[in-house]
Design a protein around this ligand. Structure first.
Ligand code: XMP
Length: 325
């Protein structure tokens, strides 16, 4: 398969077209791989999840998935990867909880680019270590999609934490590399992946590491994770997940005075960011009903240890980037 999408290739918009694509790819992957083994870094994001489901269908246990939990996942994410791939799809899945390795290295590091470098570098190290323990792997599967190829000299290149070492001696298997994101989602649904996995919002490779501002501490990271889970739940309940492109919480590393149970209560603020965009280059702020903002505020301040204020970020991009960091 070349790296250029032919003009004649119809956009995959229906389950029927997705089925046809899946059948073609299964044949192609089987022809490429034969009886050899394929390794895949499965983050739980849309692209790697769809590649995993497709390859499980094509080659079953010849696929070895490695899921590295860097400790910066959102609430329930690694659990969902295990539930869907190990329990439901019976995948050959190696789960590595590397939380301590990452958080120990990140302790005391406050500079954003340094944090990104540490997370990216350690990810490669952990993955490499696992890969070298495995025998007989000949191929590396990747969830490359067409915009990645188009933008490979552009913005996203430095973004991709999941990027793997260039000296890895594997031939690549990239079954969705000519698809756009919306097509990957249609294929994912046709493969039976849950909507919560296929329709998920973009999530940066360094995960909550870019939203736990300044030097990451475990208590503040936990507060961020819990607050983010509440935000997502309430956006789902209000069906805002269908109209808002990306929404999350960021927690800065300073405290302010508050009052709880008639006592002084110092806590961090939770900052809500909810934006709409088509290409992430610019972004607008949606009107979120006040009623929902009040409910989210009440829940976060009541349920999350360490948070005593909730703020709503009204800044479009530009001037604000989407992520804080
Ligand atoms: P910014 O903050 O630059 O973000 O306005 C634009 C979009 O990119 C996402 N983002 C990332 N995506 N790896 C990714 O795959 C990353 O390291 C990364 N950093 C930011 C961000 O969430 C937003 O959707």
């Amino acid at each position: 398969m070349s790296n250029v999408r032919p003009d004649s290739m119809a956009r995959i918009t229906t389950p029927e077209l997705a089925e046809k694509f899946i059948e073609e790819q299964i044949a192609e992957v089987r022809a490429q791989v034969g009886d050899k083994k394929v390794l895949l870094a499965l983050s739980g994001g849309v692209d790697s999840s769809v590649v995993a489901a497709l390859l499980i269908k094509a080659i079953g246990k010849q696929l070895v998935c490695v899921h590295v939990n860097h400790g910066l996942m959102r609430k329930g994410e690694s659990e969902q990867v295990i539930e869907v791939f190990q329990n439901q799809l019976d995948a050959n899945l190696i789960y590595i909880d590397a939380t301590d390795r990452f958080l120990d290295l990140l302790a005391g590091v406050s500079e954003p680019e340094k944090k990104r470098k540490i997370i990216g570098g350690e990810f490669i190290k952990v993955f490499d270590e696992e890969a070298s323990k495995l025998e007989g792997i000949s191929f590396l599967a990747q969830g490359t999609i067409y915009p990645d190829i188009l933008e490979s000299d552009g913005v996203k290149a430095h973004h991709n934490v999941g990027g793997l070492p260039e000296d890895m001696q594997f031939e690549l298997v990239e079954p969705v590399k000519l698809l756009y994101k919306d097509e990957v989602r249609v294929v994912g649904k046709a493969l039976g992946l849950p909507a919560s996995m296929v329709d998920r919002q973009p999530f940066p490779g360094p995960g909550l590491g870019v939203r736990c501002l300044g030097a990451i501490t475990r208590d503040r990271l936990n507060a961020l994770r819990e607050a983010d889970a509440i935000l997502r739940e309430e956006f789902d309940n209000a069906k805002l997940n269908e109209t808002v492109w990306q929404y999350f919480i960021a927690v800065p590393d300073f405290k302010s005075v508050g009052v709880k149970d008639s006592k002084r209560y110092e806590g961090w603020p939770a900052i809500i960011r909810a934006v709409n965009t088509t290409d992430a280059m610019s972004a607008t702020i949606e009107e979120i009903p006040y009623e929902i903002l009040h409910k989210i505020t009440a829940r976060i301040t009541a349920e999350v240890d360490g948070i005593n204020r909730v703020l709503y970020d009204l800044t479009p991009k530009p001037i604000g980037t989407i992520e804080w960091e």
